[in-house]
Design a protein around this ligand. Structure first.
Ligand code: PAD
Ligand code: ZN
Length: 376
């Protein structure tokens, strides 16, 4: 393409500081260096994890920053040595990269590459520089992806080619929300046919957990949310009953214990609230239950519970991206969507032009939307 090798000027949503609206700015995107890929983003979803940064909940976040980690796009150009993709390929950026060499990548049971920008949060490429500037100022990237921009640059380890006919405005949800929830049920919990499940929090993540529990053959899927407006969609996707904790005087785990004669086989926390993480543990059966922590609580928060909760045989698990290994599993998930094994359009509640990104964040915060996909 004729932009290859040149700086691209385009629009991006910049978060200059926490608790401020994002600002649509003209930015410059440098060409990809060796083993980097410049992508034209076609569609990107808004996830609660982006909002954790706008809300300033993650201590080490760097500002200014271009957020966004759930997207699909088309490769514009590639740097020297890139073999994984070529210009024109449809791709999904991976917020969990795959360098292929570290302990995380070489352990078949792990999906956490040590080069992931989690924990260190330096907001820079591997060479400690950024490809984004705005009015001469360096802008940080986010989770190796930064997708709230018309063009982004990611490392080769953070991008995977998908099917040429993939509908990008749907499969962008495979970049985070759908895969995280679905995989939490099928990979992390390994829900079995006939088992009982409780899902706390019915956003894009929790609803995708419900899809996974249903595909896995769960006999009961109890959906829990303080916003009853979420229940219709939860039922449509497979919830067998819906509970609003506000309707009960007793703690929610007691309600679930009673409903299930002693607790569910699998409970999932999909909110990011440490109190509800404990509720999820207590809602699981004391000897054969497993609680799965999917929600991300503010950095530094501590989860505490009586040690005897696990003495009886319960298990506690967690995981990122539903345990999927992006490079290996994302192309198949895209093909599954194309074969209509899952219907992502039920998760995609709103579409907005990119310029209305702040409205998308507001709708996530006030519970109006599940996933808003922004189109450029
Ligand atoms: P969301 O805000 O769309 O959904 C959260 C839901 O929880 C909403 O429907 C709320 O009404 C509901 N809720 C809030 N408080 C309570 C409560 N006390 N009791 C019951 N329900 C409540 O978020 P999301 O679905 O985009 O993300 C959910 C979490 O998952 C969030 O913490 C996010 O950071 C995390 C996440 N984890 C991963 C991962 O890889 N582990 C990936 C992406 C997102
Ligand atoms: Zn690695």
């Amino acid at each position: 393409m004729d932009t290859a090798g040149k700086v691209i000027k385009c629009k991006a949503a910049v978060l200059w500081e926490p608790r401020q609206p994002l600002k649509i700015e003209g930015i410059e995107v440098a060409p990809p260096k060796a083993h980097e890929v410049r992508i034209k983003i076609v569609a990107t979803g808004i996830c609660r994890s982006d909002d954790h940064i706008t809300e300033g909940l993650m201590k080490n976040s760097k500002y200014p920053v271009i957020l966004g980690h759930e997207a699909a796009g088309i490769v514009e150009s590639i740097g020297d040595g890139v073999t994984a993709v070529k210009p024109g390929d449809k791709v999904i950026p991976l917020f969990l990269p795959h360098c292929g060499e570290c302990r995380g990548c070489t352990e078949p049971k792990s999906n956490l590459c040590h080069k992931a920008d989690l924990g260190k949060h330096n907001g820079l490429m591997s060479d400690n520089t950024s490809r984004f500037t705005c009015n001469g100022k360096l802008i940080h990237n986010f989770l190796n992806t930064s997708t709230f921009t018309e063009y982004t640059v990611v490392e080769e380890m953070s991008v995977v080619k998908i099917h040429d006919d993939a509908p990008l405005d749907q499969v962008c949800l495979i970049g985070c929300g759908f895969s995280t929830g679905y995989g939490s049920a099928v990979n992390l919990a390994k829900v079995e046919p006939g088992s009982t499940c409780a899902v706390f929090g019915l956003g894009g993540i929790g609803l995708s957990v419900i899809i996974g529990c249903k595909v896995a053959g769960a006999s009961r899927i109890i959906a829990i949310d303080v916003n009853s407006k979420k229940f219709e969609k939860a039922k449509l996707l497979g919830a067998t009953e819906c509970i609003n904790p506000k309707d009960y005087e007793n703690p929610i785990h007691e309600v679930i214990q009673k409903l299930t004669n002693g607790g569910v086989h699998y409970s999932f926390e999909c909110i990011g609230n440490t109190d509800i993480m404990v509720s999820a543990i207590l809602s699981s059966h004391l000897s054969c239950g497993t609680a799965v922590i999917v929600g991300v609580a503010p950095s530094g928060s501590i989860l505490s519970f009586p040690s005897r909760l696990f003495l009886t045989g319960r298990a506690l698990k967690g995981g990122l991206f539903g345990g999927f290994r992006g490079k290996e599993n994302v192309p198949q998930l895209v093909s599954d969507v194309m074969a209509e094994k899952f219907k992502l359009d039920e998760l995609l509640s709103h579409k907005l032009p990119f310029s209305e990104i702040n409205k998308g964040f507001d709708m996530l915060r006030n519970g109006e939307s599940i996933r808003t996909v922004l189109k450029f």
